[in-house]
Design a binder for this molecule. Structure first.
Ligand SMILES: Nc1ncnc2c1ncn2[C@@H]1O[C@H](COP(=O)(O)OP(=O)(O)O)[C@@H](O)[C@H]1O
Ligand SMILES: [Mg+2]
Length: 238
């Protein structure tokens, strides 16, 4: 296989000196859609935050496109092509859909380029175009989630990281959300997502990692994981 786009090499991290992630290694190759799955509190968000540069590992290294990015700030990881869509949307609820999208392109100074990216977002997600001037808070949960993802795409990432996009959505909306993620992936973006909805996530991903109390306990192709007795028993109630 080609060189990994992202390589997380044996990272340890935590909060205020309390360790939460105990030596995690993950690879994402160009063009892949990879899922990290696990229950609440397993360390999924902490892993994402570490890759995004919001927190820094106490041990281990991160590399992106062959360059060491360990210790870079969140701003620097965005400039390198990593976009992190956090858990819980974090939209500016009183700002319009358009304004929220523009904030996703904060690293871009050229107005023409920002407009071009807005047009692309509206093309990919027509619902956002029809609501462009509405306040974000007037949209449904699923629509707000789409807006959060579209905002994440405004920095034109090479790697899009999605943190629990299914959280808080009705079951019928979860499937739609997974289809949206597939559409983005098919448009040429490498995707790393984390999910508690194990089956749904593995059904769209190529490969997956199962995380438990800050460690990767299983990894493989999505099919291998979906077929695995441990996964079926622990996460799919079978
Ligand atoms: N800001 C924080 N300060 C202290 N502990 C935290 C913080 N965020 C998460 N944790 C702890 O880290 C562990 C992993 O959390 P998290 O990465 O959010 O898991 P997940 O995203 O898989 O639900 C949990 O035990 C959680 O309580
Ligand atoms: Mg989380």
């Amino acid at each position: 296989m080609a060189q990994p786009l992202l390589e997380v090499n044996n990272i340890h991290c935590g909060y205020d000196g309390v360790p939460v992630i105990h030596g995690i290694s993950i690879k994402v190759f160009p063009g892949e859609l990879v899922a990290i799955v696990g229950t609440n509190g397993a360390g999924k968000t902490t892993t994402m935050k570490t890759i995004a540069g919001l927190i820094h590992p106490s041990q281990g290294t991160l590399s992106f496109r062959g360059e060491n990015i360990t210790g870079l700030s969140a701003h620097e990881t965005v400039q390198r092509g990593i976009s992190y869509v956090p858990e819980g949307r974090r939209l500016f609820s009183k700002l319009s859909v358009r304004e929220n999208l523009e904030l996703g392109a904060y690293i871009v100074k050229d107005r023409g380029e920002i407009n071009a990216r807005l047009d692309q977002a509206f093309e990919l997600f027509p619902i956002l175009k029809s609501r462009a001037d509405q306040m974000a808070e007037t949209m449904s949960g699923g629509e707000q989630q789409v807006l959060a993802i579209a905002r994440g795409l405004m920095s034109k990432p090479v790697l899009l990281m999605l943190d629990e996009m299914s959280l808080g959505l009705m079951p019928s909306m979860v499937e739609k959300m997974m289809e949206t993620i597939q559409t983005i992936h098919e448009a040429g973006v490498t995707v790393l997502l984390v999910e508690q909805m194990v089956q749904e996530a593995l059904e769209v991903a190529h490969r997956g990692y199962v995380i438990q109390t800050g460690k990767i306990v299983l990894q493989g192709t999505s099919q291998e994981l979906l077929d695995s007795h441990e996964v079926r028993k622990a996460y799919m109630g079978m």
